[in-house]
Design a protein around this ligand. Structure first.
Ligand SMILES: C[S@@+](CC[C@H](N)C(=O)[O-])C[C@H]1O[C@@H](n2cnc3c(N)ncnc32)[C@H](O)[C@@H]1O
Length: 325
């Protein structure tokens, strides 16, 4: 793990509960117990829907436009005008914590304090995820893993790993495919958001996050809390397969080494515009093995990059020079 020492700020427990990835537009970012979460979400949407005059902090269109430019330039995230209320409610918490009275003041702080960037970015990402989300990909991956007959480490990059459910699902898939708790698989789990990475590394999930998994998986890959049986902790054998690290997909250099057997890049490209997506895909291609597979989210299509990749169906892509199967 290459993350800096990290302690969750007030309101973030570090244990991932059902609202850890609030739906786009909800404004909800904090992992809380379900009731507190429902109250927080309601308050958040009341704030979000309130008229600018009724808002606690002055937030002008110019402030919003500046925020859009900053987060687009830094993280690639393209915020539509419809996200103005979401941005307000997400950052209002930060203004309160910093003691700023207007968004202009907060933006000035951002300009002079490099350290604030991390929290600014963490506040504006949307981290919705779940174990075995878009389950067909894990079946396709299992088939891909079983086809590899050479004795070598199999390398997978999960590049928008959020709170860890996706890389742990990859690790479980590998264990099941090799019928071993020690499969020859190395998973890099990265995200731009340091808060969610810390939650992923902690590997602790509330019951509502894991209860749709087969009970046999829960027994094999998790331990239940002695003091709180509703908390499930990922077993160390599974954790050992994963390295968590911060990687900004827009960053100039990625600390991940090819050749990769698989890249899971799911449900993050939807936040980027097409030129940004294309630039990232162009950098993925040389990292992939010729027979490597790129897995995209169900609503993401890379047909605009047909000069780089071709579809293998069901939102799986391969290099143009991929051998036929
Ligand atoms: C909606 S979640 C998707 C999680 C998971 N891949 C899935 O499909 O369930 C999108 C994730 O992308 C991350 N993200 C957004 N911009 C990013 C960037 N520029 N570089 C790396 N990760 C980014 C967010 O922090 C968030 O955790």
């Amino acid at each position: 793990m290459v993350l800096p020492p990290h302690s969750p700020p007030p309101g973030k427990s570090g244990i991932t509960s059902s609202n850890a990835g609030a739906p786009p537009g909800s404004g909800g970012k904090t992992a809380r117990p379900p009731l507190a979460s429902a109250v927080a979400k309601t308050l958040s949407s009341i704030q979000a829907n309130s008229t600018p005059q009724a808002r606690e902090f002055e937030f002008t269109n110019t402030d919003f436009e500046r925020i859009c430019k900053l987060i687009h330039a830094h993280a690639g995230i393209a915020l539509s005008p419809a996200k103005q209320d979401m941005v307000y409610s997400r950052l209002a918490r930060r203004l309160r914590a910093c003691g700023d009275h207007t968004f202009a003041q907060y933006l000035a702080r951002l300009e002079r304090d490099k350290k604030e960037w991390e929290t600014f970015v963490n506040s504006l990402t949307t981290n919705l995820t779940s174990f075995f989300r878009e389950a067909h990909h894990f079946e396709i991956l299992a088939e891909q893993l079983k086809r590899i007959t050479e004795k070598r480490p199999i390398k997978i990059w999960c590049c928008a790993a959020s709170t860890g459910e996706e890389p742990y699902s990859l690790a479980i898939t590998a264990c099941e495919a090799f019928a071993s708790m020690n499969p020859p698989v190395q998973i890099t789990a990265s995200d731009i958001d340091t808060m969610v990475l810390a939650q992923g590394q902690a590997g602790q999930y509330r019951k509502d996050r894991v209860d749709r998994m087969p009970p046999s998986y829960l027994g094999r890959y998790f331990t239940r809390g002695a003091t709180d049986p509703d908390i499930y902790t990922v077993r160390p054998e599974l954790k050992r397969l994963i390295t968590f690290q911060r990687i900004n997909l827009l960053g100039p250099a990625w600390s991940v080494q090819g050749p990769l057997d698989a890249i899971f890049c799911r449900n993050v490209m939807i936040y980027f515009d097409k030129p940004t997506q294309y630039g990232i895909l162009k950098r993925f291609v040389p990292l992939l093995r010729p027979e490597g597979q790129l897995y995209a989210g169900h609503s993401e299509s890379f047909m605009h990059a047909a000069d780089l990749l071709r579809s293998r169906g069901r939102t799986v892509y391969v290099r143009l020079d991929a051998p036929p199967r």
